[in-house]
Design a binder for this molecule. Sequence first.
Ligand code: AMP
Length: 361
Amino acid sequence: MKAIAPGATLGILGGGQLGRMIASAAARLGLKVHVFNDTPASPAFALADVTTCAPFTDEAALTAFAGSVDIATYEFENVPREAAALVAGLVPLRPGVGALATTQDRLAEKRFVADLGITTAPFRPVDDAAGLDAALAAIGMPAILKTRRFGYDGKGQAAIRSADDAPTALAAMKGAPAILEGFVDFACELSVVAARSADGSFAAYDICENTHEDHILALTRVPAAVSAETAQRAREIAHAIADALDYVGVFAVELFLTRDASGAEALVVNEIAPRVHNSGHWTDHGAQTSQFEQHVRAVCGWPLGPAGRHGVVEMRNLIGDAVRDWQAHLADPAAYLTLYGKDETRPGRKMGHVTFLRGKG
Ligand code: AMP
């Protein structure tokens, strides 16, 4: 691969707020940015030098995009594999198609993690009513039925607490291939946000503790209130996953922390996000190198930056009408506000986030 230098063009597949923040970091390091997305109202378009608005099935548009960039990346895991493969055939795509294919299918992802000897919730594939019966017999209840693909923020999921719930849960999958997962009785949810370079170097941020409201990330606190051994084990899990995927770029591993009666902690992997992650937004002001710059560095083959943290950090998502408080956040000297430039405020829509630096820790 030819060396990428400032002045080169980074292509981004996907145009949401993650792409917008990657574009901003890339511009700061002197790169040009070309964003490809299928919706005109894409937050990343406003910060790009060049934009293409076309469906991910438009081969001519994808080919022209690949021809206009020096290196490409993606900012969401639902970029169709065929589109990613087309681009990867023409220009280096980082992370690669393999990482995308493994992580965009919950079944492939769980099998991959389990094959590494890392604990996941018990799981079984489910394609029909008979498959669901068999899976429930194997796993027991409570359990969660999830679509294998295209689920996020709790969409495409249905809880099964008793046998009566099974038909409704299956109907909620709308015929899509699904996976049944045993319910993990977790003490809290954690994530590791980390980066890996093509030469294998690895840098993880401190472990994040995440609180969800209505299945959407509401709050991230760093450092997580876990033992030093658990934090170290979480980093090791992320490192093993990144090496096995031959991953290049920033990614996140979402984990459940369980505690038994004696207080002993254990980690269960929930999912892998092959991209910068909402629980890493705090790094923008709360760490030495933001996850967005770190991603650009990794993708371009540049040295990773230091991942140290500036004290105790809290990141709150501004969801729906919460964005109306923007002036109060601007007036708070501990708060750093980021807005995504979305025209329309809707309930459940991520409009921005605010990071609070709470001093030493
Ligand atoms: P996911 O889309 O898989 O990240 O799931 C969204 C949220 O649902 C998670 O952050 C958890 O709060 C909850 N959840 C998902 N899977 C499980 C599970 N197997 N056991 C308990 N809670 C779960």
